[in-house]
Design a protein around this ligand. Structure first.
Ligand SMILES: NC(=O)c1ccc[n+]([C@@H]2O[C@H](COP(=O)([O-])OP(=O)(O)OC[C@H]3O[C@@H](n4cnc5c(N)ncnc54)[C@H](OP(=O)(O)O)[C@@H]3O)[C@@H](O)[C@H]2O)c1
Length: 213
């Protein structure tokens, strides 16, 4: 059992909180408004909601489920709470177009994951799942084609912890690809540039990036 703090309380947070809770982990969600209208729903789901600093302090592993545009600023302010921990970064940091899809990356030539690792030198950042629709993150076996979970980070032990958590969400080891250091998150982060066109081509169906081999 791992104490997992999910920072942000949106769509990804709901899926991951449920998946980790069902796998037997202790989950706390960090929100700007822990006593807001959604609190009862979280309580009914058996998940505690606190402020962001408290959640970050409680978790042994934290998940960045915040908008990419605010991730570095918000998490940089939680450096003390996140120190010594693993930060699982699932965020995409983009400049949106009028329809809300990515028209550009906020960190061209780099990545949000690298930005977070620089802002949080005492935290081991691992990028994963940002190429997977939220509805598939804890149900990867529901697609006709096995999706891929890419993993990028500088610390081998942290990546092993994240691979274990992915297994708890239903990801077989063969569907997980360790790409290397944190800078290897650049290409998976760029996948978001294709999402708008894919939705245009496929319609609003859940999808994820997959490497056929
Ligand atoms: N949805 C997907 O299919 C998907 C797939 C892959 C990656 N991602 C990435 O995962 C991240 C989360 O996605 P999502 O779909 O769950 O987004 P979302 O539904 O918008 O949830 C984001 C949450 O972050 C918190 N938040 C929003 N603005 C904030 C701010 N200025 N400061 C602090 N907290 C703020 C909010 O929680 P509170 O109001 O409780 O504070 C909000 O519920 C994003 O970076 C996204 O790009 C999403």
């Amino acid at each position: 059992m791992t104490k997992i703090a999910i920072l942000g309380s949106g769509r990804v947070a709901r899926v991951l909180a449920g998946g980790f809770r069902d796998a037997g982990h202790e989950v706390v969600v960090g929100s700007r408004t822990p006593d807001g209208p959604a609190a009862a729903g979280w309580a009914a789901a058996g998940v505690r909601v606190t402020g962001l600093p408290e959640a970050a302090g409680l978790g042994e592993v934290a998940v960045n489920a915040l908008p990419g545009a605010v991730s570095a600023g918000v998490l940089g302010g939680l450096a003390a709470e996140l120190s010594g921990k693993v930060l699982v970064d699932v965020a995409n940091a983009v400049e949106p177009d009028a329809a809300g899809f990515a028209r550009a990356l906020r960190h061209p030539g780099g990545s949000l994951a690298e930005e977070l690792q620089r802002a949080l030198p005492g935290t081991r950042v691992v990028k994963t799942l940002n190429t997977v629709h939220d509805s598939l993150m804890a149900r990867p076996g529901s697609l006709g084609t096995p999706p891929t979970a890419f993993v990028s980070g500088n610390d081998a032990d942290a990546k092993a912890i994240v691979a274990g958590l992915l297994a708890d969400l239903g990801w077989p080891a063969g569907w997980i690809i360790d790409l290397g250091g944190v800078e290897s998150a650049r290409v998976p982060e760029a996948f978001v540039l294709m999402v708008g066109d894919l939705v245009g081509a496929l319609g609003p169906v859940p999808f994820a990036l997959s490497v056929a081999r």
